[in-house]
Design a protein around this ligand. Structure first.
Ligand code: ADE
Ligand code: ZN
Length: 335
């Protein structure tokens, strides 16, 4: 395993499913709470980490939205994003596609402009200092209304050149993709690509809706698609990528034993599965820790590891030329 760990660590990788607010480590949460004079209900970093015990998605989301309350100024969003990029540089991640949840901030009185300025300034520094390329995805909170999503889309239009896609996240059960079909139709007409969390906790029907009604270019999670054989065939034929998040699935109890994690099965079924961290500060690991966990529990070979990394580059929203350059780097590494 030590040899494989080293192989994973040094391998060039892309991350396609990362909520920037979910990369807020307890240490930075405390520092920002102090800087901004925000009260948080924890006395120590250890207390924060101890609170990260989740039995489902909603348990996590309650703590995740509370954690965001320390983010107030443009510099806070910069520090958050740059800390993540520094970590990715250490882990040999060369391309990232990052979600942000504007409604988690605008609903607290922070302007859309503040959020996007801090994040995009860090992304351009990440390119300059680390050579990490990036794309930004704006997610709608699905527990909020269609009207609220439309208003958020309108706020995003002036920043159209900095946002590559729209996404859909937050509480899945009871908030099917169909609720946002019209918003996604408008977003697509405005030139955004589309992704959506589907089949994380929700049934295979939600995955079908994400494909048919939201016309997603990529699916986030998609685990429960495996319950529907026809859907599996459709995903295999279309090669729509799944951004799978192994440690997240484990921490949110969608998968109770990592040895039963479905990612290896997905590959065997011909699905384009990728490895991602989702909310690494909350789920116990970034990209390399996710690769390590599945490699260990599923006995993955170097070939399977390389295959997953290649899928990450292929499923990115980069141009074909950019994808080919990254894949060539991976191939050179594998050889
Ligand atoms: N927001 C942040 N992480 C999420 C996840 N794993 N599922 C849904 N919404 C989220
Ligand atoms: Zn997610």
């Amino acid at each position: 395993m030590d040899d494989l760990k080293k192989f994973i660590w040094n391998m060039p990788k892309a991350e396609l499913h990362l909520h920037i607010e979910g990369s807020l480590e307890p240490e930075l949460m405390f520092a920002l709470a102090r800087r901004n004079k925000v009260e948080i209900p924890f006395a120590t970093v250890e207390e924060v980490r101890d609170a990260y015990q989740f039995s489902n998605l909603q348990d996590f989301l309650d703590i995740y939205y509370q954690g965001m309350s320390v983010l107030l100024e443009e510099q806070d969003f910069y520090d958050l994003t740059f800390a993540y990029l520094t970590k990715m540089h250490e882990q040999n991640v060369i391309h990232v596609e990052i979600f942000f949840d504007p409604q988690g901030h605008t609903d607290r009185g922070i302007t859309f402009a503040t959020v996007i300025a801090g994040i995009t300034r860090a992304l351009s520094d990440g390119l300059e200092k680390y050579g990490i390329t990036s794309n930004l995805i704006m997610s709608f909170l699905r527990h909020l209304s269609e009207d609220a999503a439309f208003a958020t889309l309108a706020e995003a239009l002036p920043y159209r050149d900095r946002i590559i896609a729209v996404g859909l996240d937050s509480s899945e059960m009871g908030h099917p993709p169909s609720k946002f079909a019209r918003v996604f139709e408008k977003a697509k007409a405005e030139g955004f690509l589309a992704v959506a969390h589907a089949g994380e906790e929700g049934p295979p029907e939600y995955v079908c809706e994400a494909l048919d009604l939201l016309k997603v270019d990529r699916l986030d999670h998609g685990n429960r698609a495996l319950e529907d054989a026809a859907l599996v065939m459709r995903l295999a034929e279309s090669q729509i990528a799944l951004t799978v998040c192994p440690l997240s699935n484990y921490k949110l109890a969608g998968v109770t034993d990592m040895r039963a994690h479905p990612i290896k099965k997905m590959l065997e079924l011909g699905l384009k599965a990728t490895v991602n961290s989702d909310d690494p500060a909350y789920f116990g690991g970034y990209m390399n820790e996710n690769f390590e966990a599945i490699t260990e529990s599923l006995n993955l070979t170097k070939e399977e590891i390389l295959n997953l990394a290649r899928n990450g580059f292929e499923a990115s929203f980069c141009s074909d030329t950019e994808k080919q350059a990254m894949i060539s780097r991976l191939e050179a590494y594998g050889a």
